[in-house]
Design a protein around this ligand. Structure first.
Ligand code: FHN
Length: 440
């Protein structure tokens, strides 16, 4: 009997996961095309800092940026709480993520409607999550002693998930010559070049050759500081030499990305007002911090994050939403709950998100649009993030208007050259974002 129940449960869980497997066959699409269609991805900030969860000894990092502009992200704890490098390095003895299960992460992302994942392979602290031949400061020094990236990549491949690597090519607080937390305090060019040649470039090459990523996510956000056009182009050249598919983000050199990158990366939690002339995405947090901070209570609601996702899609961009896993390898429940809520909404409304394109019409601050053509039909999707009585569409005629999730027909009429759709107030009993489907 127990076995029968188990088989039924396995069947159901598999069904649930498959059900959310939107019909995008991303694995068959090349390079930029998959990125443009993917829409929603998961960012993962995970490393030694995850052991500390934002506190060290009797000190806790603030949960927001201070007026001097310093960010107090948990992954910055070494720098912000002035932990001496030798002391910080001892965290390798505590990083033992026995509950890490890469497949669970991938399935959680998939179930949330995400189509790619980007993990921090080395953050600014210089610690590598893989078995690196270039530096000993890596996962093999921890009690865990297993290559996290190898497991991650295997799970992504198994489930058709595109995968990318964040690599801190500029900041490195471990290797002599790597850029410092206070980025304006420059290293000498000779010192930085040594770090660049001995650690940064060889590790990136190692990532390309050993794991064949779909995307590399580089991180700069301020003035040029060491990553000048020569180094930027040298790095791009190396990537192109070793991979014909790997996408490169604009933050390889934020203020001067040049013409050879693949897509623009916004600043953290930044949402452009206009459409952009290149593919783009916003890296975004669920709490203030990227790495898990147990006392950062600034959790955004799933509706707020869905609104950002829809906003970006309506402007042709992607949304890369971050999770900071705990040091044991699990996602914080606060993150999981939000992911599942977003996934549930996307499950019901996915036709308005995937395979759509932006519409260059502004219907006001809280209303967003996408569109899709199927055969001869032209569909318009209207996202209502707040309750309204009616919407006015600049069209002479609409064939039909329904609520996407319920198929409920809505009344509409022409008035002074615009098509007005009346919205019954009970539509907003449900506080989630409502989507109207309009056949033009
Ligand atoms: O300093 C990093 C930060 O820790 C985090 O990785 C973000 C992600 O976009 N990038 C830098 C700040 O912009």
């Amino acid at each position: 009997m127990k076995n029968v129940i188990l088989i039924v449960l396995l069947f159901l869980s598999n069904f649930f996961i498959k059900a959310q497997d939107n019909d995008l066959k991303l694995k068959d699409l090349n390079n930029l095309e998959w990125f443009k269609q993917a829409r929603f991805g998961m960012f993962i900030h995970w490393g030694l800092y995850s052991v500390l969860e934002g506190s060290y000894k009797d000190r806790t990092m603030p949960d927001k940026s201070l007026p001097n502009g310093n960010s107090w992200y948990a992954e910055w704890i070494q720098a912000r709480l002035d932990i001496p490098a030798e002391e910080y390095k001892l965290l390798v003895n505590q990083f033992d993520p026995l509950l890490f299960d890469a497949e669970k992460w991938v399935l959680e992302a998939k179930n949330a409607g995400m189509n790619y994942m980007v993990i921090t392979t080395k953050h600014h602290d210089g610690f590598a999550l893989w078995d690196s031949m270039v530096s000993d400061y890596d996962i093999m020094q921890t009690p865990y002693k297993k290559d996290i990236l190898a497991e991650f990549v295997k799970a992504c491949k198994k489930h058709g998930m595109k995968y990318g690597f964040y690599y801190s090519h500029w900041q490195d607080w471990e290797y002599p010559g790597g850029a410092l937390p206070n980025w304006c305090e420059k290293r000498s060019e000779t010192d930085f070049e040594k770090y660049w040649q001995e650690k940064s470039l060889p590790q990136i090459k190692e990532l390309l050759i050993n794991y064949d990523p779909d995307l590399l996510w580089f991180d700069t956000w301020n003035e040029e500081c060491h990553i000048n056009p020569q180094r930027r182009d040298q790095l791009i050249g190396m990537i192109r030499k070793h991979s014909s598919k790997c996408l490169i983000n604009g933050r390889i050199s934020f203020f001067n990305p040049g013409d050879n990158i693949d897509y623009l990366e916004m600043n953290d939690n930044e949402y452009p007002k206009e459409m952009l002339n290149k593919p783009w995405q916003t890296p975004a947090t669920m709490q203030n911090s990227w790495g898990f901070h147990a006392k950062d209570y600034n959790w955004k609601s799933s509706k707020e994050m869905l609104t950002y996702l829809i906003y970006n899609i309506s402007k042709g961009g992607n949304y890369l939403l971050n999770i900071g896993p705990k040091a044991d390898g699990t996602f914080p429940i606060m993150a999981t709950r939000r992911l599942r809520e977003m996934g549930a909404w996307l499950f019901a409304n996915n036709e308005s998100i995937y395979g759509t394109s932006p519409v260059n019409i502004n219907l006001g601050d809280d209303v967003y649009l996408t569109q899709k053509k199927i055969g001869k039909e032209h569909y318009l999707y209207v996202f209502l993030t707040k309750p309204v009585n009616q919407i006015k569409l600049p069209f002479h005629e609409c064939k039909a208007t329904t609520v996407l999730e319920t198929n409920r027909p809505l009344d509409g009429h022409m008035e002074n050259g615009t098509f007005i759709v009346e919205l019954p107030s009970d539509l907003f009993r449900d506080s989630s974002i409502q989507v109207l489907k309009i056949i033009l």
